[in-house]
Design a protein around this ligand. Structure first.
Ligand code: FES
Length: 110
């Protein structure tokens, strides 16, 4: 049986309450969100070729894979990138993390 971790999702939309979801090692934050009916854009289908799966990592950044140059480039094009920005499709889960999902009703970049 594969190891399970807790992913805490917070939402910037001001409506959705915080939710905690169990995830398997090696799943991406994007897959975990989508598997649990959490709305997170993913225009390129999760291959690090857009910036619509942009999220903020509030806790556990050190447990995620290192950011690639290409991920960094796409984050630069996201709306309101911050120091704790990541692309959810590039974040394989390897421990407990807390993630804030930007408001999905606004334009989220390219
Ligand atoms: S879904 Fe396009 S970069 Fe993550």
């Amino acid at each position: 049986m594969s190891e399970k971790f807790k992913i805490t999702f917070r939402f910037e939309d001001g409506k959705t309450p915080e939710t905690i979801i169990e995830a398997r090692r090696g799943d991406s934050i994007l897959d975990t969100a989508l598997d649990n009916n959490i709305n997170l854009h993913h225009n390129c289908g999760g291959v690090c070729a857009c910036s619509t799966c942009h999220v903020y990592i509030d806790n556990g950044m050190e447990l995620l894979p290192e950011i690639s140059d290409s991920e960094e480039n796409f984050i630069d094009r996201a709306v309101n990138p911050k120091l704790n920005s990541r692309l959810a499709c590039q974040c394989e889960i390897n421990g407990n993390v807390t993630v804030t999902i930007p408001d999905q009703s606004v334009h989220l970049g390219h």
